[in-house]
Structure formats: structure tokens, C-alpha cells
Design a protein around this ligand. Sequence first.
Ligand SMILES: NC(=O)c1ccc[n+]([C@@H]2O[C@H](COP(=O)([O-])OP(=O)(O)OC[C@H]3O[C@@H](n4cnc5c(N)ncnc54)[C@H](OP(=O)(O)O)[C@@H]3O)[C@@H](O)[C@H]2O)c1
Length: 380
Amino acid sequence: MPLNLQENAPAKGVAKKWRAGVLGATGIVGQRLVKLLGGHPWFELTEVAASERSSGRTYAEAVSWHLETPIPEVARDLVVKGIDPVLDCDFVFSALDSSVAGPAEEDFARAGYPVVSNARNHRMDPDVPLLIPEVNAGHLEAIPLQQKNRGYDTGFIVTNPNCSTAGLVLVLKPLADAFGLEKIFVVTLQAISGAGYPGVASMDIQGNVVPFISGEEEKMEAEPQKLLGRWDGARFVDAGLGISAQCNRVPVLDGHLECVSVGLKKIATLAEVREVLQSFEVGAELAALPSVLRHPVIVVDEENRPQPRRDVDAGNGMAAVVGRIRECPLHDVKLTLLSHNLVRGAAGAALLNAELLAARGFLKHRSATSIQEVGERAVR
Ligand SMILES: NC(=O)c1ccc[n+]([C@@H]2O[C@H](COP(=O)([O-])OP(=O)(O)OC[C@H]3O[C@@H](n4cnc5c(N)ncnc54)[C@H](OP(=O)(O)O)[C@@H]3O)[C@@H](O)[C@H]2O)c1
């Protein structure tokens, strides 16, 4: 049932906040989630979890904090737990390393927790929504089937896309709606924070470009098909696009730049393409979510923009910034886009997904008793 904002509270607040846990809270993405949850109007951070290296210590002791703002007060003294599904929260975000995320997320979903994941493990599962609210909110209709297929009760898994796919698809969506898409050729210049911490060795990336990111091109060629496809009530139907991706790691801290060439189904002028991107606007349901941008695509006209250093924080890091819209001699139109890999491509994306889940009634307030019962069952 959709959230009745007027009944719950004025503006963007709710009567009772949902308690959130963060799995992988000490990592690069986890820290962003902790920061964003610090002052969130709907969610309250109550649990942080990570590996055995961190568990048992306070969050402030365990984390190697990378952000310029201080660790939020609410998080500092939380004791880091392990990733057993017995946390005192209503749902979890997962920013776990992919080596452990797959089974850990299933354990939490089976124990009744909604899991809002950044990890790649379940993105392409046939019953798991891969979600960008502005693009394919309808894919949430797959959740009841997922619960039935897997024997989950109140738990389920929802994922957000790979960090470079997120910005690309946000820009492709209005073009797909207005003109139809045929083929996409994309070359990425990806920031080092996309590799987590400590990530790429400094001796490999200083003054250098590495023309390989393991698994990235495959993800960029597969995930947009699901995101821009449809849920037909029983399965996800791919968009059937031709996509070729080439991915490079560059010595930039945050922000993935992408040079994109697009073949459209209908003929469009550059002015029409620009207008369609600029006027892309979310509907009333999404406009009520705290982290959403009314216009998630920002078009810039300077010939040397977007640039990571100047534009990465546009729209609080939730925008895809597009520039250099011009004719393409091979396809129809080419452009350059930039998005924040840790916000739009990870933590902010997961937060927005959770907000939509809350608004659609998918998040419940779990009682301490139900959490204890699950814990006792897990111990037995
Ligand atoms: N960075 C990005 O731009 C980006 C974008 C989209 C999606 N993602 C995905 O998001 C996830 C997190 O990425 P990241 O960049 O934040 O990585 P990261 O900095 O390496 O952090 C990994 C987190 O996983 C925890 N972890 C590792 N091994 C564990 C284990 N055996 N048991 C429990 N916890 C364990 C770590 O805890 P300790 O600190 O205790 O080791 C840490 O909290 C990955 O799946 C990644 O693919 C990343």
C-alpha cells in the first residue's frame, strides 16, 4: 500500500522511522550510506556490520573514514556486528564485498529482512528487481513472486545497478521513451573509488590509465537490457538493445565520465535530444521521496563540461550531468555524461530504492520479539 505522507507527517517526514542496518558499513560505499543515513527523515541507522576484522569494535574505531564530513554521531558508538541475520533493524542495506554478498543477502532475506543491495551478486537473478526508481519502478512487482519462489516471508532482495550503468541508463531512459533506442556505444573513464578501498594500487594508477576493469564491460552490456526492459508479470523481458562498452580506470577520485554514441529509432534533431534530456522529470510518487531530484538529468552547455572535479556533486551527487550533445557520424547522436559513482552509482541509489520501497509499503516495522525469534532459530 502506498505511503500516505499526509497521514504520517507533513512534508517529507514519517510518523515512525524505519530502523536501518548497513552490511559492509566500513567500506567505501558503506561509509557513504552511513553518512546519508545520518540525517535521514525516514530512516534511522541502528546497526552496522562488517567482517571479523571490524566486528566487536565501535564504528569509530573500526572504520578508516574517508569522507570530509565527520562520522555521524548516531554511528560513532555503534558496535560493529558480524553478518549474521540477527540485527536490530527493520531492513538492511548491503554494501558487502561481492565475495560474501551473495549468500549473506539470501540469509537476511530468508530471515525476514528486506535487503537493498549494491552488490552485483543478485542483480541479474530472474526474480530480483534491478532498480532505478526514475527508470523502472514497475519492476518492484516482481517481489511477491521472488518471495514465493524462494520461500521468503517478509524478506526480499532488491538491487541497484553497477556504478557506470546507473548514470548511463538514467540518460538513456528519456531518449528511449521519446525516440526509441537501437544501439549504444560507450567508453568509460572511471574513478578509482569505484574499486573500493584500498582499490587500485597507487603505482598502477598515478599518471596512468588502465584500460581494463574486471567484469565491468559485461555488466554495462547486460544490466541496461534488464533496466530498460519490462516485467511482464512472470519474468523480466530484455530491452533487446545493441550495446558495446569499453571501460577504463583513470586517476580521478570520484565520478565516472562516459562518452556515449547512440543510435535512435526515430530521427531527432540535436535540439530535440537536448530538450528531452533537460525536461526529464519524475512523477508525483517519486517527487515525494526525500533523495529524489525532480530533474535527474542536468544538461550543461559549456564545451568542456562535464568534468569530474567540477560537476561530480551536481544534484547532491544524484544527477547525471550531460554535455557535448552533438551529431555522431556513425550513429545518430553523441554526448558525454558524468555521474557520482558512490552516490548515484551506489549509496544514493540504494537509499532512493529504499525510499521507494517504503513509500510502496514494502518495509515493515519489525518487533524486537520477531528479531529475537529469528535469532533463536538461526542459533538452533
Ligand atoms: N565503489 C563503488 O563505486 C561501487 C559502486 C556500486 C557498487 N559497488 C559494490 O558495493 C559493494 C561494496 O563496495 P566498496 O567499494 O564499498 O568495497 P570496500 O570498500 O572494499 O568495502 C567492502 C565491505 O565489505 C566488508 N567485507 C569484506 N569481506 C567481508 C566478509 N568476509 N564478511 C563480512 N564483511 C566483509 C568490508 O568489511 P571490513 O572493513 O571489515 O573488511 C567492507 O565493509 C561491492 O559489492 C561493490 O561491488 C561499489
